[in-house]
Design a protein around this ligand. Sequence first.
Ligand SMILES: Nc1ncnc2c1ncn2[C@@H]1O[C@H](COP(=O)(O)OP(=O)(O)OP(=O)(O)O)[C@@H](O)[C@H]1O
Ligand SMILES: [Mg+2]
Length: 219
Amino acid sequence: MEADITLVCGSTGTGKSTFVAGRIGARERLAVWDLKAEYGRTMTVVTVESRRALLDCLKHGRRVAYSPRGNYKDEFAYFCEAVHAAAGMHRGYTVVVEELADVTSPGKAPDAWGVIIRRGRDRAMRVLGVTQRPSESDKTIVGNRTLLVCFQLPREQDAAYIAREFAVPDVALTTKKIQGLERYCHYVQVSGGFVGVRDGRFPRRPAAARRARKTNVKK
Ligand SMILES: Nc1ncnc2c1ncn2[C@@H]1O[C@H](COP(=O)(O)OP(=O)(O)OP(=O)(O)O)[C@@H](O)[C@H]1O
Ligand SMILES: [Mg+2]
């Protein structure tokens, strides 16, 4: 099977988590690295704080968001190992990691996270990584991504980094354009090289409603 790895970048409040939530099916197996404990508010997922509770959910193939206390980097390594192991028993886990720059650095991905990115597809895993500071997050996910999504990045260092990643022939996606994206708008690049920009504002009014409104307008 094909790898399915999405990297979502953007500064705070631009719509990253909302985008991610929109890509997760209601019944899909799910494991979220969720320090802010926000996924449980909008999605059907159990939020846990202890390793034991995490393992219990994973053992049964349940949806879980992990929001640990303590040393984030150790906990992150533990989370990744546990999820990778669980995906060996229950195929088809989707893993979401919020704010990669907190738990990874620009070098190679930490061990278990690297394993998920490079070999997760053997276990039918899907990966979604989220970051406000791509230039400070791990390069493994950047290099292996199959979908790149970029909301506004005001910091030049981050915008320039991602602009380089978007660089495909005939598409001049400049640092300035990424810095100046409007809220909820995002650039998208699929692995074939196609780049597009989407106005992500919602709710989009269904086409039928738009047509109805037009015909109602009095001239
Ligand atoms: N496409 C959209 N259209 C309208 N409102 C949106 C859209 N996407 C997100 N929002 C709203 O904007 C706010 C911020 O969205 P979200 O939490 O997804 O941003 P974020 O990038 O994940 O922020 P943070 O970096 O703080 O985690 C939320 O209140 C959300 O409901
Ligand atoms: Mg968010």
